[in-house]
Unconditional design. Structure first.
Length: 177
């Protein structure tokens, strides 16, 4: 992606995941926005349908989806949206990448969604490491999803392969120190 497309990707993340109201954009209950309305209300940069399609197609994390004349973020919302995901049976183990500076809090409270709707989990360690690097010195936590599911916790698989759950109580974190 070009630097311009990276800037557009960050902008789309901000608008579609966190602050649609900052440009007067309305999302439907499932987080979808009309692409033409998004373009019309964007005054901070030059934005075209072609640029949006390039960003969606080439985003390595597949953060966005297009459906006809609508676009949405696949997950990571800090605003209330119903992604209309059905509960799924997770793998036995999922991973969460974080920074060592958060371990004391996780030891007390488990994994909480913080400002987002869900806790994000990865099916592989490498992805968890990449996520954790954004926050500082990395630690990868292993989650006992089999036991969580047995105990009634729900898991959802987003369209871009990120596993979501409401929270992870500390007793399900296998390698928590």
């Amino acid at each position: 992606m070009t630097p311009t497309h990276k800037k557009i990707s960050k902008y789309l993340s901000y608008i579609l995941r966190h602050k649609p109201q900052s440009i007067g954009l309305k999302l439907d209950a499932n987080g979808w926005a009309n692409i033409d309305e998004l373009i019309a209300k964007t005054t901070q940069m030059e934005l075209s349908r072609q640029d949006i399609e390039i960003v969606v197609e080439n985003n390595s994390k597949q953060r966005f989806a297009i459906d006809g004349d609508k676009i949405r973020a696949n997950q990571g919302h800090s605003i209330e949206v119903d992604l209309a995901l059905e509960p799924q049976t997770p793998p036995d183990i999922l991973y969460h990448g974080t920074a060592t500076r958060f371990i004391d809090s996780i030891n007390q409270n488990g994994l909480l969604p913080q400002s987002r709707q869900h806790v994000h989990l990865s099916s592989d360690k490498d992805t968890a490491i990449e996520v954790g690097k954004r926050h500082g010195k990395v630690v990868v936590l292993e989650i006992d999803c089999t036991q969580m599911a047995t105990d009634g916790y729900s898991f959802y698989l987003s369209h871009n392969g990120v596993w979501l759950t409401d929270a992870v109580p500390k007793e399900y974190i296998i390698n928590l120190r």
